[in-house]
Design a protein around this ligand. Structure first.
Ligand code: DHE
Length: 521
C-alpha cells in the first residue's frame, strides 16, 4: 500500500502523476483509523488508553473542533497532532466524520466485560482510618476541570488545592459521595466509574460500567452504586467497596424493545434508586435494601400496606407508567414525588411514588432544566425553582398545588441554579443566552433579582456551589484559562480567585451528603 507520505514525496518529482494517484488515494476512514488511531482508541472505537470515539461519547464536540484536535493534538494529554505530511486535509476531514458515525451494532457490555475492565489501584483494606490532611473532610470540594481532564480537591475553609489528578476522559455530571463523605465517585461519558479516597487523596478503583454513560448514583446505605447507560441500554449495580459488578439490568420491555437511560438518582427515604428512560414512557424504581417492591397500585413505606405482585430481586424493578418520555427530573424535598419533563415537551408531569402514577401536570414551557432545580420555602409554602434552557426565566412552582408562583425574568436562559439553607439568595447564570458572563442573584423572599455579577467580562461563567455553612459561594469561569471565584455569600464581594482549567462543576461534600435543598441530587 502506498502511504500518504510517499505520495507527497512523489508529487515533488512527478507533478503530472499526482491527480491520478490522489484519486486512488481518496481517504478511506476505516483504514486511516486503523493506521493512526486504533492503537490508543481501540480498533472498535470503544476506547483504550484514549477515549471512545463514538458520536454518543463525543457529546458537544463539533466536527470542526474534532478536525482541529486531529491536526494539532490535545494539550496536556497523550493525543498527538497529525501534521500535513502524515494526514492530508481530506484525510483529517474523513476521520473526523468517521468518529461521528454510529457503530453498526451496539457492542456487548455485560457482567464479563465490566468485570474484566476493573482496575484496583489500592486494596480498600489498606486505606487509612483518618484523613491524611488538615482540612475539614466534610467541607471539601471536588472540582471537575474539563479543560485538561483533571480533578482538583479543594479545602473549603482555606481555599487551597489539596490534590490535583488526571481523570478519565470527559467526566460529566456531579461527583457523588459515599454517605459519610469519605469517598467520591465520578462517571465519565465513556462509562468509567472511578472511586477516590478523600482521606488519603488517591484513587481506589475504576471500572467501565458502560460504553456511554449518563450518570451514577450512590445508595444512602453506602453499599451500592447504580449506573445509567445509553450504550448499551442497561442499568448497572456496582459494589461500592471495590466497584465489582453486582447486576446488569437490561432496560427492555420484554418484547424486544429497549431504552436509553436518561438519569438515575437515589431517593433516600425510599431506600431506592429511581431511573427515568428516554425511549419508554416509564419511570423505574429499584430498592437497594432487601424489601420487596410491588408491581401494583399501592406501594407504601408503611409496612403491611403494600399490595400487588412482589417482584424478584436483587434490585427488583417497579415500573411506573407516565404520559411523557422523561429526559430530566427532580424531586420534592421529602422525596415522595418527582417532577419530570421531556426535552421537547411543553409541560412537566408530577409522579407520586407511593400512589404509583402521575398525579399532576406542570405549566413549564421553554425547556426547563429540572436537574438543576432547587427547593426552598416561600411565603410559608414549599416551592421548587428551575432555570430554562430556552426561556430567559426561572420558574417557581408550589410543590403542594403545583401552580406556578412566578416566572422570574432573567438576563438570558440559564443552565444551573444553587441555593443553601443558610442564605436567602439563589445564584443563577445566563449560560444559554448572549451575555454568558452574568451571574444573577435572586432573593428567595421577594423572588426578584437583587444583584447581577460579571465576574470575568466576556467569559462563560456558570455553576455555583456553597461552602458547607453557606458563607461562601464558589463560581466557575468555564474557560481554558478559567477560575473558581470565591464570593462572600452575604455581601457578594470577591474573596479569592483560583486559576483552573475550564472548571465545569464543583461539589461540596457536606451539601451533597446532606441532600441540601439548594444543591443537586
Ligand atoms: Fe450535563 C449534570 C445531562 C450538557 C455540565 N447533565 C448532568 C446530569 C445529567 C446531564 C443527566 C446529572 C448527572 C448527575 O449529577 O447525576 N448534560 C446532560 C445532557 O443531556 C446535556 C444537555 C447534553 C449532553 O451533552 O449530554 C448536558 N452538561 C452539559 C453541558 O454542556 C455542560 C454545561 C458541560 C459539559 O460537561 O459537557 C454540562 N451537567 C453538567 C454539570 C452537571 C451536569 C456541571 C452537574 C451539575 C450539578 O451541580 O450537579
Amino acid at each position: 500500500m502506498i502511504r500518504r507520505r510517499s505520495v507527497a514525496a512523489l508529487a515533488a518529482l512527478l507533478p503530472g502523476v499526482l491527480p491520478a494517484l490522489a484519486l486512488a488515494q481518496a481517504p478511506q476512514p476505516e483504514r486511516l483509523f486503523a493506521e493512526h488511531c486504533a492503537a490508543c482508541h481501540g480498533g472498535d472505537r470503544l476506547g483504550a488508553i484514549g477515549p471512545a470515539l463514538l458520536p454518543e461519547n463525543l457529546g458537544r464536540l463539533k466536527p470542526a473542533e474534532a478536525e482541529r484536535i486531529i491536526r494539532h493534538g490535545r494539550p496536556a494529554t497523550q493525543m498527538p497532532g497529525f501534521p500535513a505530511e502524515t494526514l492530508s486535509d481530506e484525510a483529517v476531514k474523513a476521520l473526523a466524520a468517521y468518529v461521528f458515525t454510529p457503530l453498526p451494532a451496539v457492542p456487548p457490555w455485560g457482567m464479563a466485560e465490566i468485570a474484566a475492565s476493573r482496575v484496583v489501584h489500592r486494596d480498600p483494606a489498606t486505606l487509612p482510618d483518618k484523613p491524611q490532611h488538615q482540612a475539614d473532610p466534610l467541607n471539601l470540594f471536588t472540582v471537575v476541570e474539563a479543560g485538561d481532564h483533571h480533578v482538583s480537591i479543594l479545602d473549603g475553609d482555606r481555599f487551597t488545592v489539596l490534590d490535583r489528578f488526571q481523570s478519565r476522559f470527559a467526566l460529566h455530571g456531579g461527583a457523588k459521595y459515599s454517605p459519610d463523605g469519605r469517598f467520591v465517585y465520578f462517571a465519565s461519558r465513556d462509562g468509567w466509574i472511578s472511586k477516590y479516597d478523600l482521606h488519603s487523596l488517591g484513587l481506589v478503583a475504576e471500572v467501565r460500567a458502560g460504553v456511554n454513560t449518563r450518570n451514577v448514583a450512590v445508595s444512602t446505605d453506602g453499599r451500592y452504586l447504580m449506573v445509567g447507560n445509553t450504550l448499551p441500554h442497561t442499568l448497572v449495580a456496582l459494589d461500592a467497596r471495590d466497584l465489582s459488578p453486582v447486576k446488569v439490568i437490561p432496560v427492555t420491555d420484554g418484547k424486544g424493545a429497549s431504552s436509553r437511560v436518561s438519569a438515575v438518582y437515589a431517593m433516600p427515604p425510599r431506600n431506592a434508586f429511581v431511573a427515568a428512560l428516554k425511549d419508554f414512557k416509564e419511570v423505574w424504581e429499584m430498592p437497594w435494601d432487601d424489601r420487596p417492591v410491588y408491581a401494583g397500585l399501592v406501594h407504601s413505606r408503611e409496612p403491611g400496606r403494600e399490595e400487588g405482585v412482589a417482584l424478584p430481586g436483587p434490585f427488583p424493578v417497579r415500573k411506573l407508567k407516565v404520559d411523557e418520555y422523561v429526559d430530566d427530573f427532580f424531586f420534592d424535598q421529602p422525596y415522595d414525588q418527582l417532577m419530570a419533563t421531556s426535552r421537547d415537551g411543553k409541560k412537566g408531569i408530577v409522579v407520586h411514588m407511593d400512589v404509583g402514577r402521575q398525579i399532576a401536570e406542570l405549566d413549564l414551557p421553554g425547556m426547563p432544566h429540572l436537574g438543576s432545580g432547587i427547593t426552598f420555602t416561600h411565603d410559608g409554602r414549599p416551592v421548587m425553582a428551575t432555570p430554562h434552557f430556552k426561556d430567559p426565566v426561572i420558574s417557581v412552582i408550589d410543590t403542594v398545588d403545583w401552580k406556578t408562583v412566578k416566572r422570574i425574568p432573567m438576563p438570558g436562559p440559564g443552565f444551573f441554579l444553587r441555593g443553601h439553607e443558610n442564605t436567602p439568595y439563589a445564584w443563577a447564570d445566563a449560560y444559554m443566552g448572549r451575555d454568558r458572563d452574568l451571574i444573577p442573584i435572586i432573593d428567595t423572599r421577594s423572588l426578584e433579582i437583587v444583584r447581577t455579577l460579571r465576574p470575568a467580562p466576556g467569559k462563560l461563567t456558570a455553576h455555583v456551589e456553597f461552602t458547607r455553612d453557606g458563607r461562601y459561594a464558589l463560581v466557575s469561569v468555564m474557560e481554558e484559562d478559567g477560575a473558581i471565584i470565591v464570593y462572600d455569600a452575604a455581601t457578594f464581594e470577591e474573596v479569592r480567585r483560583l486559576p483552573m482549567r475550564k472548571p465545569i462543576g464543583k461539589y461540596n461534600v457536606w451539601n451533597k451528603i446532606n441532600y441540601s435543598s439548594g444543591t443537586s441530587h
